[in-house]
Design a protein around this ligand. Structure first.
Ligand code: 13P
Length: 234
């Protein structure tokens, strides 16, 4: 299966005017998740090989929910994917597993592919228990999650620029896959790694067959980084 590289530009505006033309795509799949107000800017002919995703959605498709955006609205803007349960939303907005579970169901029902983020807050011996608990709650009564992004919170935008050790990420991803296969019968769910990934270290993760791709944050704001990653052979 092709590797899946997801760019999450978080709450940052991007000037695409000069970086669309030179991007060449290799045999991986690429999804770009800008703030939803910029989704339409990406529907540019030159970026047609990029699939689009959103960074969040609400769990209803319409109604009195001021400030929220629904899965169907995102789909109409061109999104095929949506990130749900990112740790920044869990932490800054107190998004709970119950809310995340409802969002996943609504997004899947609308036909969006869900990128569910899980990951432990600090590097500890309880990391697997933490992730297992998140998966249990987030995937309650869900039988076709699309993509899981394992993002150890301590490795996101790490001040020292340090990602997780690829071997440790591999071990957790194998654990997640085993859980998905045995407990949820979700054999085909792709599991990607996120947390301080850039053009210099991405190959260290993606060389493992079990790591199906990467979720890239900060590096997705830099045109040269995106270009480099898009040109790589995985
Ligand atoms: P960084 O790549 O900036 O660490 O962000 C990772 C992330 O949170 C992607 O969703």
């Amino acid at each position: 299966m092709k590797k899946l590289i997801i760019f999450n530009s978080k709450m940052n505006a991007l000037d695409l005017s000069d970086w669309s033309e030179n991007i060449k795509f290799n045999n991986a799949e690429f999804v770009f998740c800008p703030p939803f107000v910029y989704l339409e800017n990406f529907k540019n002919e030159k970026l047609k090989n990029l699939k689009l995703g959103a960074q969040n959605c609400f769990w209803e498709n319409q109604g009195a929910y001021t400030g929220e955006i629904s899965p169907i609205m995102l789909k109409n803007l061109g999104a095929e994917y949506v990130i749900i349960g990112h740790s920044e939303r869990r932490n800054y907005l107190d998004e709970t597993d119950e809310m995340i579970n409802k969002k996943i169901k609504a997004a899947l029902e609308t036909g969006l592919k869900v990128i569910l983020c899980v990951g432990e807050p600090d590097k500890s011996m309880f990391a697997k228990d933490f992730v297992k608990d998140q998966l249990e709650k987030d995937l309650k009564n869900i039988h076709n999650a699309s993509i899981i992004a394992y993002e150890p919170v301590w490795a996101i935008s790490a001040e020292n620029g340090k990602s997780d050790a690829p071997d440790d990420a591999l071990e957790m991803i194998k654990f997640i896959k085993q859980l998905l296969n045995t407990k949820y019968k979700l054999q085909n769910t792709r599991v990607v790694y996120g947390g301080s990934v850039d053009s210099k270290n991405i190959q260290n993760f993606l060389k493992y067959e079990e790591i199906d791709g990467a979720l890239v944050g900060g590096a997705s704001l830099k045109k040269d980084e995106v270009e480099k990653i898009c040109k790589m052979k995985f």
